[in-house]
Design a protein around this ligand. Sequence first.
Ligand SMILES: [Zn+2]
Length: 224
Amino acid sequence: MIMNKRNIGVIIMGSQGSGKGTQAKLIAQEYDLQHLETGGILRNIAKEDSEIGNVVNDLINKKGEFVPWEIVKDVLNETVEDFDPERGIVFDGTPRRMEEVSYWEKKLQELGRRFDFIFFIRLPGEESIRRISSRRICEKGGHPLIMGKDVQSDEDKCPICGGDIYRREDDAPEKVLKRLTWSKEILGPVIEHYKEKGKLVEIDGTGSIQEVFEKIKKYINDRI
Ligand SMILES: [Zn+2]
């Protein structure tokens, strides 16, 4: 298949706090791609009152752990098969383990698709911790806030609705550190795999959302 603007396949990976999900949304908008948002799909399943819903809820909302690929696989597979074959896809949150890499390589071939752009948005570990641990949430309206920007102390109220603010347990520095170690172990081999194949595009994630997006866009636009 000849690559054109409409059917490109993009993988977006990133360090924690790199804004990977936001970049995936921006790419999907810019190139009219379908967004395979693994996190969002899992959060929806977690709300279901079913056996699988309970398992996923327990893992992501209570334990803060990754959902095993055996559980994610069928749902993502179904989503991708339902996608418009004429339009490309941004893969967000998968592949992040080696078994997913081999799964998608086979599956995409079946569907006549492929990965054209594989981005990894890299942040130094201390920047991940700094970004994530400065997140706050408003209790009343659920507004996402940033400590040091939207609010200056944990005693402050939400500037949008006046609600109390709190930090999610998962965003505490020690929890972030734990997940960083994890993702290094799990995602590390995936990154190495694409690097060895000469397909990995590393993007410096330290700038603003817009700055990072400009780098991604330039890379794609220079090639399509
Ligand atoms: Zn609020």
